[in-house]
Design a binder for this molecule. Structure first.
Ligand SMILES: Nc1ncnc2c1ncn2[C@@H]1O[C@H](COP(=O)(O)OP(=O)(O)O)[C@@H](O)[C@H]1O
Ligand SMILES: [Mg+2]
Length: 355
């Protein structure tokens, strides 16, 4: 069988750029080379697209940008079937690819923008489409869509920039609707960046100001107490819905530090829940995945509250693939190892494109 060419895109103009480099290294190393050739495309923090032809290991530490690179952009013209690369001397060549694998997180990578470009170029791509990516990235939209489908989420209030001149009144409204502690979140961020927890009105106001540094709209949620847990889902029509993984964060909440740097942060697979609880969380994960239109893969995050209620927190459409990430660990638990995972994700992308 002839090998297919997969372009893995990494980096990106997002505050999760560095995490993407680690995920991409894992993804590139796991794509089975007997079936696929890999073209590596890095997007710098400034947003420049470069084809990278050096060692995969140099992606992780960011030194790939000083390796062998050439400007290379994805053509929106479907008759190009891929990328346009320019050489030092200014000559232009086309790189035909069969599938694109966005190993990106957060803004521009996970929010539907780049997925829209893939759709224009009519290239098969791994993961959720433009619309479901955008809806899952935007916490306000996730609330609106999933709650209308009967999925339980934390109580919430949205805040817009035009609420700022009347911030005192807005805070009165928020605290009349929600009980402390409150979580203040930029609507479209990731990796806990810009999120804070407030116990008082002063902390609420400061949290709102902080979060507005990252987005022009916010979601304020009532804090839940319970156990955080996650479910890995893979598929288009027929789904693999994994068991539930449990997170025991070392810090007050699962912030950036405990997500990536804290060795005391612990995970349990399967979660230390009853079979019934695991079954009901998996059922909600599947319902949410289908309701919001996910395809390919997503990690659905929950709280099992102290009252044993299943409350959905968010859906991540390009979940982390670092060595400590939950998604690949949950898939492995289902018998899908890393090579198999990549093969399946690419196959799902091709299947969808063929529909
Ligand atoms: N309503 C809430 N109640 C309790 N903890 C929360 C709530 N919302 C968020 N958190 C904590 O903050 C973390 C980050 O919030 P999350 O919505 O998952 O944002 P991100 O998209 O940045 O991962 C969660 O993993 C959890 O630890
Ligand atoms: Mg999260």
């Amino acid at each position: 069988m002839e090998k297919l060419t997969v372009a893995v895109i990494f980096g990106g103009k997002s505050n999760e750029h560095d995490i993407s480099l680690i995920s991409a290294t894992h993804i590139i190393n796991s794509i089975p080379r007997d079936k696929y050739d890999v073209v590596m495309i890095g997007i710098t923090k400034e947003g420049r697209w470069l084809r990278y032809e050096g060692e995969t290991e140099n992606i992780k530490n960011g030194s790939w940008t000083s390796g062998k690179t050439s400007p290379c952009i994805l053509s929106p013209d479907p008759t190009d079937s891929g990328f346009i690369q320019t050489s030092d001397k200014g000559s232009i060549s086309k790189i035909k690819v069969d599938c694109v694998f966005p190993a990106l997180h957060g803004k521009n990578g996970e929010d539907g923008t780049i997925q829209g470009l893939f759709q224009m170029s009519q290239l098969p791509f791994v993961g959720c489409d433009m619309l479901s990516s955008a809806c899952c990235m935007d916490k306000e939209f996730t609330h609106r869509i999933l709650e209308s489908c009967g999925v339980k989420m934390a109580k919430w209030v949205s805040v817009r920039e035009n609420d700022l001149p009347m911030l005192d009144e807005k805070c009165v409204e928020i605290t009349s609707k929600l009980k402390y502690p409150l979580f203040i979140k930029p609507s479209r961020s990731g990796s806990s960046v810009g999120i804070s927890k407030a116990y008082t009105v002063d902390e609420l106001k400061n949290g709102i100001k902080l979060a507005f540094q990252y987005d022009s709209k916010l979601v304020i949620e009532q804090g839940l107490t319970g156990i955080e847990c996650e479910c890995a889902v893979m598929g288009n029509d027929k789904l693999i819905v994994s068991t539930i993984g449990e997170i025991a964060p070392a810090n007050d909440f699962y912030d950036f530090e405990s997500k990536y740097n804290d060795p005391t942060e612990q995970t349990f697979i399967p979660a230390r829940f009853t079979e019934e609880q695991i079954k009901s969380i998996r059922a909600v994960a599947e319902k949410a995945y289908r309701s919001i239109g996910c395809e390919g893969l997503a990690r659905v995050d929950f709280f099992l509250t102290d009252d044993k209620e299943v409350v959905l927190n968010e859906i991540n459409t390009l979940p982390g693939h670092t060595p400590i990430s939950m998604y690949p660990k949950l898939m492995e638990h289902e018998g899908v190892d890393a090579d198999n995972e990549m093969d399946r994700l690419i196959t799902l992308a091709l299947e969808r494109a063929g529909r």
